[in-house]
Design a protein around this ligand. Structure first.
Ligand SMILES: C[S@@+](CC[C@H](N)C(=O)[O-])C[C@H]1O[C@@H](n2cnc3c(N)ncnc32)[C@H](O)[C@@H]1O
Length: 268
């Protein structure tokens, strides 16, 4: 199932959303890679950051969303990145015609339930000494998600909504990624972080956590509930729960967000 992405909504919290990408890639030790791939590159700002970090590298961004790639191409005024529209499930690194030195995937694999089966192929495509770095949210039992499932359960369209909201089941615990990648011949660095994002410090939004999830977790709901009244009812139930779970503080709204990171270095 492919969701319809809205780059503008996704980038409303760009400072917060880019932080995990920066934390992930700071642990990638490649000094002058020839070929770098950003899987699920989205609207491309972070991918362009990779081009700045490694000015001599061929940089490739892969994403399934035409909307996100349009935004990425618009940003890439110097044509620095090869933007490829593809589902990562069918993307074949062999088509690049060269081994890859760095593969990055940040905030993508929660959307790809088969990812544990795909990772070995990506590691195989790495040159000796290459790097595979991934980050996934680990917050599917946080109120932002449990309340979403509660609202779906109360909806007259629960039977259609609930299967679309089972994404958390695709994400494994950190040790699973560590063991998988170590078994593939990599030195592995795995960790988790809970960010305490302070949203909307200026108090301009009536419901900042809802604004955040409109850009990601709510996409499968929006794709199904296209009728305005039906969507408004759903958001009223969900938003009510969110305001209680994430009360506004004098300095903003605190949104705790756990994320899981793994950086694997293929032995030379
Ligand atoms: C949450 S955004 C992450 C963007 C960027 N990597 C970042 O760290 O901000 C997830 C991106 O993954 C893409 N995506 C989701 N499922 C995909 C799939 N199966 N194949 C390729 N891209 C996918 C979406 O289109 C979206 O641009």
């Amino acid at each position: 199932m492919t969701e319809t992405w809205d780059p503008e909504q996704y980038e409303k919290f760009s400072d917060h959303r880019r932080r995990p990408f920066a934390d992930l890639t700071s642990r990638v030790g490649a000094s002058s890679p020839a070929t770098v791939v950003d899987l699920g590159c989205g609207a491309g700002a972070a991918t362009l950051g990779l081009a700045q970090r490694w000015p001599g590298a061929r940089i490739i961004g892969v994403d399934s969303s035409a909307e996100m790639l349009d935004r990425a191409r618009g940003r890439d005024t110097q044509g620095r990145v090869e933007w490829i529209r593809s589902d990562v499930e069918s993307w074949d690194p062999a088509r690049l015609g060269t081994p890859v030195d760095v593969i990055i995937s940040s905030s993508l694999l929660q959307w790809v339930p088969s990812h544990l089966k795909l990772i070995p192929g990506w590691v195989e495509a790495l040159a000796p000494g290459g790097w595979f770095a991934m980050q996934v949210p680990g917050n599917f039992n946080a109120p932002s998600h449990t309340l979403l499932r509660d609202a779906a359960m109360k909806s007259p369209r629960a039977a259609e909504l609930l299967p679309r909201l089972a994404r958390g089941e695709a994400v494994s615990e950190p040790a699973v990624y560590l063991f998988l990648l170590a078994g593939l011949g990599c030195d592995v660095d795995t960790w988790e972080t809970t960010y305490h994002h302070v949203l909307d410090p200026g108090g301009l939004q009536s419901d900042p956590v809802l604004e955040w999830t409109r850009g990601t977790a709510l996409l499968p709901v929006f794709d199904l509930l296209t009728d305005e009244a039906e969507r408004a009812d759903f958001l009223a139930t969900y938003g009510h729960g969110l305001r209680k779970a994430y009360p506004r503080q004098p300095f903003g709204t605190v949104f705790a967000f756990r994320r899981i990171f793994t950086v694997a270095h293929k032995r030379a």
